[in-house]
Every structure is written in C-alpha cells, then in structure tokens.
Design a protein around this ligand. Structure first.
Ligand code: F0G
Length: 359
C-alpha cells in the first residue's frame, strides 16, 4: 500500500487559494482536515429524513476553528516583519494566538474579559507564554481597545478584522465540499463576532464561482438569546450567556454576516442557554461527541428547525462544532445530570454499583 502524503496544514494544502508565495515561511501546527461526522442517533430520534453532519473543529491543534485563521494571520505577520501580535478574545482566539506565536517565536498579547473565559482556554494562553491582560470589561470593550492599541503600538492585530483570518477560515467550506462532493443544502454555525459565518460563505462562493461545485448552502447563524444582536437588528451592550465564547454584542463582521445570510437565503435565530446546554449534553450522550457550549448552538438551532419543518426533510445539513468540550470542563460538570457513584474499594460494593445500573 502506498504511503499517504503527509498532511502539513491547510496553507500547504490550499496554497493556490491563499495569499502565499513559494518563499513564505509557513507557521503551522497541522490545523484543518477535521472530521465531518454523520450523526446517526439524533436524526433517528427526530424521526425525520435528514442527513446531519457535524464538522468537528474542536479537533484542531488548539481545540477550535480559530487555528485555521491563525496559521495564516501569524504566517503573514511574520512575513511582514512583525514581532508581536495582539487580540481581544473570549478565549479561543487567544489560545490560538498564543500557540501560533509560540511556534513562530514572537510575542502574543491577549486581552480577555476578567472571569468570563473558560478555564481550558486560560490555561492554553498561559502555557503558550502569552502576555495575558484581563480587562474589567467584556469582549466588545476589549476589541475596541485592541483597535486603539493597534494605532499606537507596533503590534499586528489578529482578530478577524485581520483579513487573513477569514481567508484561512474559508478552507473549512472547501473541505466540506470535497468530502460531500457538493455543498450541503444548509450550513448551521454559532455566531459571535460573525467572522466564521462570513468566512464559510466566502469559501462556498469561491468554489461556486470557480465551477468546483454548482450549489451553495443556505447559511444559518444561531446566537445565544442573551447575546443576539443579529436578531435584535442592533448592537447589544450587555451580552450575557453561559456560552462565553459567543458572549458578544458588537460583532465586527456585521455587514459580511448579513450579506451571507441574505445572499444565501438563510436566516439568523437565537437559542436559549437551556437549549444550548441540553443540546451539548445530547450530542455527548447520544453521539459520543463533546463540544463546548457555544458550538452546540449550531446543532440546537438545526434540531429545532428540522423539528418544525423550517428545514424540510430530504436535505443535507452541516453543523459546525467550533470548539472542543474540554475547553470548558466547569460548565460541563456543573450541568451533569448523571450522578457520580462513590463506593468503598471492594468487590461487593463496586459490583453492586454496576448491577444497579445495568440498563
Ligand atoms: N464558537 C466558538 C467556540 C468561538 O470561540 C467563537 C468565537 C464562535 C463560535 C463564534 O465565531 O466570532 O466567528 O462568529 N470566539 C472568539 C474568540 C470571539 O475570541 O475566541 P465568530
């Protein structure tokens, strides 16, 4: 059997479609190429004839889709001679920025909302040696500060206002098309700062315009109810949700995301925190896939819209699971519905605990 060509990350795979030259030093951790998993048990429970796939972006090197954009943003920052990058973050961007900066040998400054990021994400920023600045404010305030700092200090901003971020992230759409041999009919994403939905739409449009595929999905953006500016049709000043990754009220890619929704004939909708957590648990228990709360918003919205018939039967749906469940163990354990059994370390007690729970 011939050996498979070694996968070395999405820049090398898609270099013809990215702003890269042969001389560019690529900063990569092998990101991309994430599994597209077809759900079995949930569609059966719904008793609906739909094909639901999840794109498990939590399996990127730092555990979220942010690595797709960060590999390119950091590669270009280094190419342009930058020695430092900065971002505001609800946690995943800062984890990715910290890791890719470490790989490149440059400094990462990360502004995070004090007390409002998941523990795993904070651990990542610290372990990768980022300069962590906790601000007594939310993501939107941090983002505003980063934009101002960018004008005064020689640092490269690697939030998704950096155009290379979206260029890198569009490759998720390429991978989906290549695997399904068509675009899905619907693509569901959680929406926070709104970069990812915009990047996916860019990717689908690029393949469509180049004749690689002859259809494009309807783009469905789901927000947490307490942080849903696209639903309110205006910015939200005090966003709140248990899904801290998308606790954002002033999305930077507002126009791009609106256009993705309008041009694709898709829609935005909101999910309550309860529904988000319920869906996170459902996916973990019924399909063996652990995503973080924000990620579950895509599947939560999808399931609701399939149940109601808003997404009709006979369709192929992709839900992006943006981040790994291990990012936020606290929220997972806090909502756990299964009791942890504590027994003495002897055969009789262990056996009893098992026999009592043989389903
Ligand atoms: N899901 C997760 C797990 C995220 O971390 C984010 C954004 C989103 C969804 C929303 O994506 O912003 O492109 O609409 N996290 C950013 C961060 C804001 O700082 O890590 P978006």
């Amino acid at each position: 059997m011939p050996f498979r060509e070694r996968y070395t990350g999405l820049i090398n795979k898609y270099r013809d479609r990215l702003p890269i030259s042969d001389d560019t030093r690529v900063i990569s951790l092998g990101e991309g190429n994430t599994p597209l998993i077809r759900l079995n048990n949930i569609p059966r429970m719904l008793e609906k004839n739909v094909d639901i796939y999840v794109k498990y972006e939590g399996l990127n090197p730092t555990g979220s889709f942010k690595d797709r954009g960060m590999t390119l943003a950091v590669t270009k920052a280094v190419e342009e001679g930058s020695n430092a990058i900065i971002c505001a973050s609800t946690g995943n961007t800062s984890a990715a920025a910290a890791a890719y900066a470490a790989r490149a040998g440059i400094t990462a400054f990360v502004l995070i909302p004090d007390g409002k990021i998941a523990m795993g994400k904070l651990a990542q920023a610290i372990m990768h040696g980022a300069v962590v600045v906790q601000i007594k404010g939310n993501f939107d305030e941090g983002m505003q500060l980063v934009k101002e700092i960018g004008k005064e200090v020689p640092v490269t901003i690697v939030n998704s206002i950096n155009p290379y971020r979206l260029q890198g992230q569009k490759t998720a759409a390429f991978e989906i098309v290549e695997e399904l041999e068509c675009a899905p009919d619907y693509h569901c994403l959680p929406v926070g700062n709104a970069g990812n939905i915009s990047a996916h739409w860019m990717g689908y449009c690029e393949y469509f315009e180049h004749g690689i595929v002859n259809n494009r999905p309807k783009m469905l953006g789901y927000q947490a109810a307490g942080a849903a500016p696209f639903l309110r049709k205006e910015m939200v000043d005090n966003p709140e949700t248990v899904a801290t990754a998308i606790r954002i009220g002033h999305p930077q890619s507002w126009d791009k995301a609106w256009n993705a929704q309008t041009d694709s004939n898709g829609w935005f909708d909101e999910c309550s925190d309860e529904l988000i957590l319920e869906t996170q648990a459902l996916l973990a228990k019924r399909e063996g896939i652990f995503c973080e709360p924000a990620s579950a918003a895509s599947l939560a919205g999808c399931i609701r819209d399939v149940k109601s018939g808003k997404i009709p039967e006979g369709n192929k749906i992709v839900c992006t699971l943006t981040g790994h469940g291990l990012k936020d163990p606290d929220t997972a354990i806090r909502q756990a519905s299964t009791e942890i059994l504590t027994v003495n370390a002897n055969l009789a007690e262990v056996k009893k605990a098992i026999m009592n729970n043989m389903g």
